[in-house]
Design a protein. Structure first.
Length: 278
């Protein structure tokens, strides 16, 4: 059971955010069951003072059905597209920003490592997509992160800051952006960055935003962690002061795995507000 909502931002005005990226998984039947299970969640007493913004990203062929079912029973769970193209036209197999807007999809995931490293998307293309999504009033989950060989070579900051600069140069309204730090070596591998490793990079992202965009953007922009997030590691990650939630892959495909992660994020507001008061 989970408290979804928009009432209780944490210190700095950052409402905890959890996304479920269903990727290229599921069938009509399995995703209908998942939606039923998500709709059955209610507000437990232990998170009554906290709230979490929750977004799920189904495969595009199922997105309208998922959205209509969630909206019918559970309007506080939003839906995201997993990708979009920045214009319409002769682009076989793509889904344009105008199509996503036409379906009233409020969020899109852009820059995911699988788009970067499997489909060859560049920082420049991702930046154009982000700019067009925001221009069409679609909120963006902007993903970045380093590969294992880059971390081992001591290039994490270089890689992350290069990706972050391309993102920042394309953003006109930071209220429409969540940054997702996803170390590539931890996505779908079972490996997870330690809470200390995640916090280190999240802190450096926030410091970069402060120095290169503005202190207010740094304070208010949500930076979430992704990379083999599970119920048994979410709480430790959520205790880190610069971790504002999660982008969840495989563990979002079953409500019994996903909802405890949402609950862990729900504790962020109370935990971080308490720390800020000490």
């Amino acid at each position: 059971q989970t408290d979804f909502g928009m009432e209780a931002p944490q210190a700095g005005g950052r409402l905890p955010w959890v996304g479920g990226n269903w990727k290229c998984n599921g069938s009509r039947e399995s995703l209908q069951k998942l939606v039923v299970d998500l709709n059955a969640s209610t507000q437990p007493a232990h998170t009554s003072s906290a709230a979490v913004e929750v977004v799920v990203a189904p495969p595009f062929v199922y997105i309208e059905g998922v959205q209509s079912t969630l909206r019918h029973n559970h309007s506080h769970i939003a839906v995201a597209a997993q990708n979009l193209y920045h214009k319409s036209g002769a682009f076989t197999g793509e889904v344009s920003v105008e199509m996503v807007k036409d379906l009233n999809i409020p969020w899109v995931i852009l820059g995911h490592s699988e788009r970067r490293h499997i489909f060859g998307e560049t920082d420049e293309l991702i930046a154009v997509k982000i700019a067009q999504a925001i221009a069409h009033d679609i909120k963006v989950v902007a993903c970045l992160g380093e590969k294992l060989e880059e971390r081992e070579a001591g290039k994490t900051r270089e890689v992350v800051f290069t990706q972050l600069k391309a993102i920042a140069d394309s953003v006109k309204d930071w209220h429409k952006v969540v940054i997702a730090y996803e170390p590539v070596w931890a996505i779908g591998t079972g490996k997870t960055a330690s809470p200390e490793q995640a916090q280190e990079v999240h802190r450096e992202i926030r410091q970069w935003l402060s120095g290169n965009v503005s202190p207010s953007v740094a304070m208010t922009t949500r930076i979430v962690y992704g990379g083999s997030v599970k119920a048994d590691n979410a709480s430790d990650l959520a205790r880190q002061p610069d971790v504002d939630g999660f982008l969840v892959g495989g563990a979002s495909l079953k409500a019994a795995d996903f909802l405890p992660i949402v609950n862990a994020a729900g504790a962020i507001a109370t935990t971080h507000t308490t720390k800020a008061a000490l």
